[in-house]
Design a protein around this ligand. Structure first.
Ligand SMILES: NC(=O)c1ccc[n+]([C@@H]2O[C@H](COP(=O)([O-])OP(=O)(O)OC[C@H]3O[C@@H](n4cnc5c(N)ncnc54)[C@H](O)[C@@H]3O)[C@@H](O)[C@H]2O)c1
Length: 320
């Protein structure tokens, strides 16, 4: 299939493009490089463009005879969204509306949307099911929930089958080291921990008084290549079903202190930790209920320890 990958120059978009190519598809990256890297678009054609530009999207969809869209492009910094909420609604929601209009006009029938566990807000239950109330605690999560609502309203009218995948926290790199996680600035916990362990710098731990067993935030970490495969399986599912709404998480929580210990063991070095207050909009605990996921995606996920061990091996090959 010809698959338009919006945000294809970003972290998850480039990893998914690599797997799409490996499975015989043609991934076409559509990205404005606001937070992506042109050198990561190496698995198919590149269209430089903004998802708020409906005409540019329509030209890409029709020009490449696109069969399906995987829509990763978004602004995705929780803390930034609390300072610039209008930019998040403009980019994430406005971009999704433009994409749906372009798909309707071009007659593109399949869409997989990157949603997030940030749509749920503070967990009311130990693990979060898809029907958990949507009470986002930050504008980023609200923008993702608004996108889902827009898609669920427009898709049936436009004849689009869609999947909304609510990912939990994504970690890890391409095993071949061709592409890797790189955000500018990097706010994600694991790359920052690995960097501090490798270079001997300070790791800033945000939040030590959360209502969790060790006081640090608990998250459900998913390996990026497992997540990439979930997208390809989701495309198969929506070929015969109008919609699929599902968490993508392992159903297992890891606290920041547990992650820290795993990194120290894998790297064989203590990390210099600086404790900081909780970041605005950061819920204490987000762990998926994976019951629904398992009905359509039976998969042996990589564990956090395995991902960290692989990252430590890759780092050994790089100068500090
Ligand atoms: N990383 C995670 O843990 C995580 C968790 C849940 C959901 N998500 C979602 O997954 C998606 C990908 O996340 P990521 O970590 O790869 O982020 P990323 O920032 O690495 O990638 C996003 C890409 O979208 C592009 N982009 C942003 N706005 C654009 C626009 N207006 N037009 C064209 N391109 C635009 C950026 O340049 C970037 O390449 C996002 O939608 C994010 O909300 C990520």
């Amino acid at each position: 299939m010809n698959i338009l990958v919006t945000g294809g120059a970003g972290y998850i978009g480039s990893h998914t493009s690599k797997l799409l190519k490996k499975e015989g598809h043609n991934p076409i990256a559509f990205d404005n490089l606001s937070n992506g890297w042109a050198e990561w678009v190496k698995f198919g054609p590149f269209v430089f463009g903004d998802i708020r530009n409906e005409k540019a999207l329509f030209n890409a969809l029709s020009g490449f005879e696109v069969d399906a869209v995987i829509h990763f492009a978004a602004k995705a910094y929780v803390e930034e969204s609390t300072r610039l909420p209008e930019e998040y609604f403009d980019n994430n929601v406005g971009g999704t509306v433009a994409l749906l209009k372009a798909m309707k006009r071009a007659g593109t029938k399949y869409l997989v949307f990157s949603s997030s566990c940030a749509t749920y807000g503070n967990a009311r239950t130990p693990t979060i099911r898809e029907d958990h109330p949507k009470e986002p605690t930050n504008p980023y999560g609200l923008s993702k929930w608004m996108c889902e609502q827009v898609i669920s309203t427009v898709a049936p009218v436009a004849g689009i089958h869609y999947a909304a995948l609510r990912y939990f926290n994504v970690i890890g790199n391409d095993p071949d080291g061709e592409i890797y996680e790189k955000h500018e600035p990097e706010t994600h916990v694991l790359p920052n921990l690995m960097k501090a362990a490798h270079e001997g710098g300070v790791f800033r731990l945000f939040g030590t008084d959360h209502p969790t067993p060790d006081g640090t935030a608990v998250r459900d970490y998913v390996y990026v290549m497992d997540l990439a495969l979930a997208h390809i399986r989701a495309l198969n599912v929506i070929s015969t079903r109008e919609r699929l709404i599902s968490n993508v998480g392992r159903g297992l929580g890891t606290s920041v202190r547990e992650l820290l210990k795993t990194v120290e063991e894998a790297v064989g070095r203590r990390v210099n930790v600086q404790e900081n207050p909780v970041r605005p909009g950061d819920p204490p605990e987000l762990v998926a209920d994976d019951t629904h996921l398992k009905t359509w995606f039976r998969h042996n996920f990589k564990t956090v320890a395995e991902v960290v061990r692989d990252l430590a091996e890759q780092q050994k090959l790089q100068p500090a």
